[in-house]
Design a protein around this ligand. Sequence first.
Ligand code: FMN
Length: 372
Amino acid sequence: MIRNQVLKLAQHCVRMLGAEQAHDLSISALCAGLHPIAKEPDDPRLAVRLLGQKFPNPIGIAAGFDKNAQVYNAMHQMGFGFAEAGTVTPLAQIGNAKPRAFRLPKHRAIINRYGFNNEGMDAFQQCLKDAPAQGILGINVGANKLTKDKAADYAACIEKLAQYAAYITINISSPNTPGLRGLQVGAALDDLLARVVEARDKAARIRVEGNEMPKPLLLKIAPDVSEDHLDAIVKSVLDHRIEGMIVSNTTFDRQSVVGSSNAKQAGGLSGAPLFDRSTIILAKTRERAGRAFPLIGVGGISSGEQAVQKLEAGANLIQLYTGFVYNGFELLADVKKELIAAMDKEGFSRVSVLTSSNVQEWASKPFPTLPV
Ligand SMILES: Cc1cc2nc3c(=O)[nH]c(=O)nc-3n(C[C@H](O)[C@H](O)[C@H](O)COP(=O)(O)O)c2cc1C
């Protein structure tokens, strides 16, 4: 009890620092074990079977929080159903010049242009060897800024790191690495998907109910896609038998934050203003990919109600980032509470029954206008 109050106070103080300093301090605190620990096991109704795993609950911490694979076990101990570490690139890189992360508190949003700052895949692998994952771990892979053949970087990370992961995310949707979102288009996407599947097929497999299956690959996309573009992405993903998608990364759109002091900062916008855009694209992806296709919904979840909405719009699992930064660890408990309340209200015995129960309402909205 007292420990939780001290942690709440610390959380409040951390928010008074600059966004990147606050993040660095939070990582140090988590590394030192200064975080709440979930005491009770999850309600069994929250469990989700997907991608060959049994997730204890459908709530994960999104990529970018634990870029260097330092705190995934702390996130599991806090009660997240899964953690996604990365984005990791083959070589260490320092990323863009600081400052490169900005809060927009009035809008409960963040703009970041980190540019894949990370210690590189060798250091990442060492962390995974030193602290084997105690829960479900996804690894999010990317390409170095200066690499010309970007697909080769994804393949290199997969070959080295797939053995430690429950799934691998192919992140081609960060707005902060020049040319990266270009990989979401046409022949470049087909070439990339063919090469990541080839790399994955060389890597270790997982055993599910006595059968061996390849490590699942998930493609993480931007919310700034047109109708034709989304049609083409989903077709390529299905053609190459990629196991799932994550919708979505941050947006270039600034319409909903006009007037905020940091609104004109370059980079990707996350948090509350992203919720509608990312949820519409999620539902439209669900419509195109079919009911059985694994989808992780992320973008703007700031409350338990929004977590329910994300599942209803088509997500099998959800992830938090900016909402977690603003609301702290209480958000995780609130989301679990709200998911249980939603199941009780409808008389559902499993959280997965919520998935896709309201795709139509979100998918029928027009594609959000594209940022210029
Ligand atoms: C500071 C920051 C850094 C991020 N870094 C990454 C990253 O390295 N790789 C990635 O795939 N997504 C990254 N993201 C995107 C998040 O994983 C997530 O897709 C996005 O923020 C939308 O969710 P949210 O509105 O809940 O924050 C980052 C987001 C933020 C706010």
